[in-house]
Design a binder for this molecule. Structure first.
Ligand code: ATP
Length: 229
């Protein structure tokens, strides 16, 4: 067993837009790590680039990043890593983790945070079998997600790589931890639909006020200009 080192957390997504589900689980995951006496060196949100050669399905990357800054303003301990936007092209997590591993060196524990729905589709990610060699996976529960059964390949990965949270800092990569957090029901799909329908109650329930105001100001997701507040 090697010595415990501070963790480097990455939380990738489209964040289209960032909502209380994202910020809530990031906070709760960080608190759970600290409660387990683990040291967190960095905890970065990692927005992916717009898809190449076609219009972004929701808001363009510049807007998505602006909303992330607003959602995280005043939060201590979280950063935003813009490498996938700078790199351009399709954003593949495996490329990003290879870059990070090169920067952090072979020993630093690197942890990829994801919701359970993302985990269920993990075996469709580019070069997914390489990812456990680069990072640990920390999978959190996601309420109301329409979850497919894990494929046999994922079930095997979960079995063979299972690691208790308390041991995350003792190796650089290769573990799979599951963490049950207070449920956060928000979803970006629901937020976009609520904005289009000007459903102010659903918007207020799922978005930080500054993010909701930004969406209204820029007319994102079909927001009527009158929704600005
Ligand atoms: P969409 O509704 O368009 O699928 P999303 O709400 O899942 O979007 P993403 O940017 O795709 O947002 O999610 C980034 C990561 O955050 C994924 O790993 C996803 O599983 C996780 N996530 C998003 N919302 C929640 C939530 N409410 N609870 C737990 N995990 C979440």
């Amino acid at each position: 067993m090697s010595a415990a080192r501070p963790l480097h957390m990455v939380y990738g997504g489209t964040f289209d837009p960032v909502h209380r589900g994202h910020t809530g689980i990031a906070r709760a995951a960080r608190d759970a790590l600290l409660a387990a006496d683990l040291e967190v060196a960095t905890f970065d949100f990692l927005p992916n680039a717009d898809p190449p050669h076609r219009a972004p399905p929701g808001a363009a990357a510049g807007h998505r990043v602006a909303m992330l800054w607003l959602a995280l303003a005043g939060e201590r301990g979280f950063g935003i890593d813009l490498r996938e936007l700078r790199r351009g092209g399709a954003s593949y997590m495996v490329d990003t983790l290879e870059e990070l591993r090169g920067e952090l060196g072979p020993e630093a524990p690197l942890v990829l945070l994801m919701g359970e729905d993302a985990w269920r589709g993990f075996d469709r990610w580019q070069r997914w079998q390489t990812i456990p060699r680069l990072a640990h996976l920390l999978v959190v529960n996601r309420p109301h997600a329409d979850l497919a059964d894990p494929s046999p390949a994922l079930a095997a990965l979960a079995r063979e790589h299972a690691l208790p949270l308390s041991q995350l800092a003792e190796s650089p990569a290769g573990g799979l931890c599951t963490l049950s957090l207070p449920p956060e029901a928000a979803s970006a799909t629901e937020v976009r639909a609520a904005v289009t329908l000007a459903d102010t109650a659903a918007i207020a329930a799922q978005l930080e006020p500054a993010v909701a105001a930004y969406i209204a100001r820029h007319g994102l997701y079909g927001a009527p200009a009158s929704a600005a507040s």
